[in-house]
Design a protein around this ligand. Sequence first.
Ligand code: APR
Ligand code: MG
Length: 298
Amino acid sequence: DADLPTEWMTPASARALIADRPLVSHKGTFGHLMIVAGSRNFVGAASLAAQGAHRVGAGLVTLAAPDSVYRLAASRLTETIHLPLPEDADGRIDPSAADVILERLNNYSALAVGCGLGLSDGTATLIERLLLLGENPPALPTVIDADGLNNLSQCADWDKRLRAPTVLTPHPGEMTTLTGRPTVEVQADRLEIASQSAKGWRQTVLLKGAHTVVASPGGQRCILPFANPALAAGGTGDVLTGVIGGLLAQGVAPYDAARLGGFLHGTAADRVRSQRGDAGVVASDLLDHLPAVIADLR
Ligand code: APR
Ligand code: MG
C-alpha cells in the first residue's frame, strides 16, 4: 500500500487536532494517565514526564515508580498521584510490580512507559508483562519511550506482540536498537525508515531529532518543522513522553497524539529559545510554556 503524501505540520494542522474543553466538565472528563518510569539513576525522568502530562491538560496523572524514586519525586509533584513500587537492589522497578500495575489498569485511560526505567532482565520482564500479548488486561493506548524501548527490543517477537494501540518514540540510537539498522542509515533516510517501521509494527512511530518524523501504520506521515539546539539536552524527551501520554489519556488517537504532542513540545521550545537563547535551556523550562502554547493555537 502506497504512502500518503507527507504532511508538513503547521499551526493550522495542529489546531485542528485540539479538542474543545467542555465548560461543564470535571477531572474525569480529561482522562487518567498512568506513567511507569524512573530508577535510582533517573529520578528526574519520571518527574518530567508527569509534569508534561499535567501541562497538556490530563485530568489525573499517576506515577508508578520505584519506592525510592517516589520518596524523592513526590514533594515536587504536588498534583500527581503516586503508586510506589517494589524495587530491586539497584533501584529499578522489580518485575513483581507487574502484578500491582496490571490489576489496576482498568482505572486508567492511557499508559506511558519507559522514561528512566533502567535496563536489566527484570525490567525486560516487566515490559513483557505490561505491554505484550500473554496477559489480558485492558489494552490502554500507550506511549513507549527510552528504556521502555530498549527493554522491549530484548523481548522475543515484540514487534508482533504489542497488545495496545501504541506510539513508539525512539531517538535515532533507540531506532537502531529496535531495527538493527546503523544510526547513519536511520538518519540518512528518516522518513522511509519511520514509515516502514510504523507499517511493519502496525503502530505509530515518532522518530526524534531535528525535523522529527511521525508515521502511522496506515501510511500517513508528517514532518515537524522544528530544528532547535535548545532541545538537545537531557530530559526533553521525557517531557515529550508525558505530553503524548497526556493527550492519549484525553482520548486523542495515537497518530494525532504523537504529531500534536510533538508540535506543542517543539513550539514550547521555540518560545524558550526566543526568551533565553539556545544554550543552557533545561527540560523543565518547557513545562510552563505548554498551557499558553495550547491556548494560543486554539
Ligand atoms: N532540533 C529539534 N529537536 C530536537 C533537537 C534539535 N536539534 N535535538 C533534540 N530534539 C528533540 C527530540 O526530537 C526529542 O523530542 O528533543 C527531544 C530529545 O529526546 P531524547 O533524545 O529522548 O532525550 P532525553 O530526554 O535525554 O532522553 C532521556 O531516554 O532516550 C533515553 O538515552 C536517553 O536516558 C536518556 C533518556
Ligand atoms: Mg529519551
